[in-house]
Design a protein around this ligand. Structure first.
Ligand code: NAD
Length: 490
């Protein structure tokens, strides 16, 4: 199914935010920010580099040592609540910016903007519920711990869910009393900049929230390597995460990493197959498959394989691919022509490897799709875990279906991957579902559901999908140091 496109005006020149000021790059350079659904230039943004990062670190250090350090946890919480309210008041603008910059459907972008507001609301409440403990040590005295902010934290986020990934980091970082430098992906700087403006409007002192735009290899690397930054929180590709680890080693920075995934959707014969099929196409094709949690490997019990392929393909035909600005659209464009080429290469690899193309595999046809980076949802059947399309993160709308023989086989195949982010198990036998949930090596699992993200619950990966847990109260651990104090009472 498809919908048509509509023209919208360009946005103009964007500015970075350093020390409360809206600024250009030190050397005045800019880059074009595109709308990947139309191929048009949406805005120009400053091409920040190491000099700008250094300015931002100095501003964040000054803010950390300035009045911000005297703010009570409750005051930080109240300001986060104002930030949350402002996001809600500007929800439509944020959603439009995100939709146009990422090529994602406006209805989804509205949901994402609301989620940002709810994340800030959660951490507004959490700010004054973060405390230490008293410990019965052996020596006569009182032993207690303090939870203290780390200092300046660098927050490096990807282009697939730009404002959500920013909020997952900004919320706990600010609640815990850190100052932050946010570095969005160069494809998608616009909502990060807008969030920086709203943070100032909410009343965070200048320098508490800074936003640097620019390429990962220069601006991002300068931030990850800067000796004045105490922690870096990163979401992005696994290989970039490895580079961040190397850069962070400079000054032994704390790091948390949310990396790639290749999540399994495990379907047993006793599951509600109709429900699985109705709910699961968007578990992989949402955001055009550019989702670290995308259920890109479907493992089906062999006895129901044919039926599941038929039901899932039927449900996928109903996914509405079209102009992201239209309310009905469920799948928009990919982030760039380059990304589309990459996914098309993987589709060719899948064919060469002997997987059977059941649906999609090419760009949708029609005038609306002419200038955008669109691709149809694509289903491969008869795949195996040796194939590259099953081992590697494609980050596009491609799913591979693989049959399994029994419970042990399902677990073995699901774990046959370097990744371990999320996954789902579908069965009416709750004992079996829970055994499998315990056996699958992944950080975020769901039973009879594809839901992976809950503001209140920890999110993060096993194995090469990362380290640390974002969201919930767990995230606060990523942004605090624990200090132990012993008082001799003799
Ligand atoms: P990416 O790794 O290319 O870029 C992510 C961010 O890192 C960007 O801001 C980029 O500018 C910056 N960067 C790039 N090179 C850098 C360097 N050398 N030093 C410092 N920073 C650098 O990732 P992407 O293409 O923007 O996003 C897609 C990836 O993100 C996928 O692999 C996806 O699975 C992953 N992702 C993971 C999660 C999760 O929570 N696990 C969530 C969303 C996306």
């Amino acid at each position: 199914m498809t919908t048509k496109t509509s023209a919208q005006p360009a946005i103009g020149n964007a500015k970075m935010i350093i020390g409360g000021e809206q600024v250009d790059a030190a050397d005045g350079q800019t880059f074009d920010v595109m709308n990947p659904a139309t191929g048009e230039v949406l805005a120009r943004a400053p091409l920040g580099g190491p000099e700008d990062v250094d300015r931002a670190v100095k501003a964040a250090q000054a803010a950390f040592e300035g009045p911000w350090s005297t703010w009570s946890a409750s005051k930080r919480g109240r300001t986060l609540q104002k930030f949350s309210n402002l996001v809600k008041q500007n929800l439509e603008e944020l959603a439009q910016l995100e939709s146009r910059n990422v090529g994602k459907p406006i209805s989804g972008a509205r949901g994402e903007a609301l989620a940002v507001s709810l994340v800030f609301e959660y951490y507004a409440g959490a700010a004054n519920k973060l405390f230490g403990e008293t410990i019965p040590v052996s020596r006569p005295g009182l032993d207690f711990t303090l939870r203290e902010p780390i200092g300046v934290v660098g927050l490096i986020v990807p282009w697939n869910f730009p404002m959500n990934m920013a909020s997952w980091k900004l919320g706990p970082a600010l609640a815990a009393g850190n100052t932050a430098i946010l570095k969005p992906a160069s494809y998608t700087p616009l909502t990060a900049i807008r969030l920086g403006e709203l943070a100032l409007e909410a009343g965070f002192p200048p320098g508490v929230v800074n936003v640097i735009t620019g390429p990962g290899g220069t601006a991002g690397a300068a931030l990850a390597g800067h000796a004045g930054v105490g922690k870096v929180a990163f979401t992005g590709e696994t290989t970039t995460g490895q580079e961040i680890m190397r850069l962070a080693a400079n000054n032994v920075k704390k790091i948390s990493l949310e990396l790639g995934g290749k999540s399994p959707n495990i379907v047993f014969a006793d599951a509600d197959l109709e429900r699985f099929a109705a709910e699961s196409p968007l578990a992989v094709f949402d955001n055009a498959g550019q989702d670290c949690c995308a259920r890109s490997r479907i493992f089906v019990e062999a006895s129901v394989h044919d039926k599941v392929v038929e039901l899932f393909t039927e449900a996928t035909r109903k996914v509405i691919v079209g102009d992201p600005s239209q309310d009905a659209t469920q799948m928009g464009s990919l982030i760039s022509e380059r990304q589309r080429e990459r996914v098309i290469d993987y589709i060719a690899i899948g064919r060469d490897e002997g997987a059977e193309l059941v649906y999609g595999g090419e760009a949708p046809s029609g005038e609306v799709f002419e200038n955008g980076a669109y691709l149809m949802p694509t289903i491969f059947d008869a795949a195996s875990t040796e194939m590259r399309i099953v081992r590697e993160e494609i980050f596009g709308p491609v799913v591979a279906i693989i049959p399994f023989s029994d419970e042990a086989d399902a677990v073995r195949l699901a774990n046959d991957t370097p990744y371990g982010l999320s996954g789902s198990i579908w069965s009416r036998d709750i004992g079996k579902a829970l055994r499998v949930a315990k056996a699958v090596k992944a950080g975020v699992l769901s039973v009879n559901s594809n839901s992976s993200v809950h503001t209140e619950a920890p999110f993060g990966g096993y194995k090469m999908s990362g380290m640390g847990r974002e969201l919930g109260m767990h995230a606060l651990e990523l942004y605090t140091e624990v200090k132990n104090v012993f008082v001799d009472l003799t």
